[in-house]
Write a new protein. Sequence first.
Length: 230
Amino acid sequence: MNTAIILAAGKGKRMNAGMNKQHIEIMDKPVMIHTIEVFEKCSMIDNIILVVANEERELCNRMIQLYAFQKVNKVIAGGVERQDSVFCGLEELDESCDIVLIHDGARMLVTESIIIKCINNAMKYGAATAGVPVKDTIKIVENENIVKSTPKRENIWITQTPQGFKKHIIIDAYEYAVINDIKATDDATLVEKTGKKVKMFNADYENIKVTTPIDIILVRTILEERLNLA
Ligand code: CTP
Ligand code: MG
């Protein structure tokens, strides 16, 4: 069984929309709904755990009913930080779950092909993350933004979600993080900290996270383009 944990319990502060960015409508549907739809339609996904803000639970339950999603079998409350929300999701996994995919609800342009790649890589390597090679040269800076070093571009990738894991690997990583007080902005980092390998696979430059207002323009344009091509 393959389970997707979809995270929507953030506040969307950087979007500055006066509400959680998950509810911003893009072409008649909220961001979060676009994301869930892709997982719902993917035959390799068996069930979905949706993690939302405690005060938005009722609203989100109603939305799941409205769109008649069949695979969303749990809508649960998240925590203060993203890592806390993932932990809440992991606690809800069934015994029968083999592979867990963790995905940002804000990455609404994820595709079925990325989800399948993620599951296959997680089965093969135990832990895998979506990403893309950086296009720009990256510089590490220190005090007063003085450049410290310039890592080789070919070794640098931007990390995205979904990130996929064998269940025991991600559970172990989260327990290790609690015991050792490790904080990270993505889940693969916690697996890396346990000394396990994480496979990076090439996803898509379009798989952006709706984060700031410019991203709304980008996702709308890409969605329109996809519809024109379909
Ligand atoms: N997320 C979550 N629980 C949190 C924080 C974030 O489930 N406590 C989710 C967000 O809803 C989002 C994803 O994790 O889908 C990636 O986080 P981010 O883009 O940072 O979203 P927000 O935290 O909502 O945005 P911001 O940081 O601008 O407030
Ligand atoms: Mg955040």
